[in-house]
Design a protein around this ligand. Structure first.
Ligand SMILES: [Zn+2]
Ligand SMILES: [Zn+2]
Length: 286
């Protein structure tokens, strides 16, 4: 963004706007983009450097349509349209503040194939908000292909694809090919042997092609650390008898653990997790 140019009040110079369209979030070119107000179509944004010299930078309008397409293929739920990492409320919670900082650094430095995050904890602490904010940024600002899927929807899609003999189908291919995949609510549902076999295949495929995986879960990862004391979580604060590794099985869980940093997203009881250095407990990555 050029400091010398007038920023469009509708898009704040981003060049796109995000809307809700039914169940999903969609992006479109802002009306200001008929002719880019920054570069007037030249593709170069001329700014002054520290010495006051005029330097031409690549204007951020370049590739705008491609980035908008990436966003529109990411399948981000309408509920998370215009939800950014920046605006997540951390209150007086140092654990969530640390998590937010970690996500802000990650979104700017992310490289294809980098390890992702599995955020676990109570519903409502902002797990999906963080990950959808990340997908919005990676698509619209970084031009990286991303895909969001809810775990129950994923099982349904995989089942549809399989029963119709369409593993390499329109349903499954985007889940395999996106550089970044977010699976929301890992471990929910019945997790039958068949469903898990298919999930295993999907995750193995991404593992072998070195593609980034992220997820959320209401279940604690294992019983080894805190699960007994904290209790596994479900909707309404009801305790479930199992952990994420129980629900997904050792094989899938250990793959996830290799591909992702498994972090606890803490609500109000964050104090219990402070380590000796006084820094907030930052997860269970082993
Ligand atoms: Zn605009
Ligand atoms: Zn431009």
């Amino acid at each position: 963004m050029s400091e010398t140019s007038q920023l469009c009040p509708k898009c704040d110079g981003d060049g796109y706007q995000v809307y809700k369209d039914g169940a999903v979030a969609v992006a479109a070119r802002c009306t200001c983009q008929t002719t880019c107000p920054v570069c007037q179509g030249s593709g170069f944004d001329v700014k002054k450097d520290a010495e006051g010299q005029r330097v031409a930078f690549r204007c951020r309008c370049r590739g705008l349509d491609g980035r908008i397409d990436l966003f529109n293929n990411a399948n981000i739920p309408a509920k998370f349209a215009n939800k950014h990492i920046d605006d997540i409320e951390t209150g007086g919670n140092p654990s969530m503040r640390a998590m937010k900082q970690r996500f802000l650094a990650y979104r700017d430095s992310y490289q294809r194939g980098q390890a992702g995050f599995v955020l676990w904890g109570l519903p409502g602490v902002g797990k999906t908000h963080l990950l959808c904010g990340l997908l919005s940024w990676l698509t619209l600002e970084r031009g990286i292909s991303c895909r969001y899927v809810d775990f129950m929807q994923l099982l349904f899609d995989l089942k549809q694809g399989y029963s119709e003999g369409r593993w390499e189908s329109d349903t499954v291919v985007p889940l395999l090919n996106a550089d970044v995949l977010v699976i929301d609510e890992l471990g929910k549902g019945r997790n039958s042997e068949w469903e898990l076999a298919v999930l295993d295949e999907l995750i193995s495929h991404r593992y072998n092609s070195e593609k980034t995986l992220h997820g959320t879960s209401n279940y604690p990862p294992t019983t080894q650390k805190g699960a007994q004391a904290q209790g596994p979580f479900m909707e309404g604060g009801i305790r479930a008898p199992t952990t994420l590794s129980d629900r997904l099985g050792d094989r899938i869980y250990s793959r996830i653990n290799e591909m992702c940093h498994v972090l606890e997203a803490r609500g109000e009881d964050y104090r219990q997790g402070k380590n000796k250095a006084g820094r907030p407990h930052s997860g269970l990555k082993s």
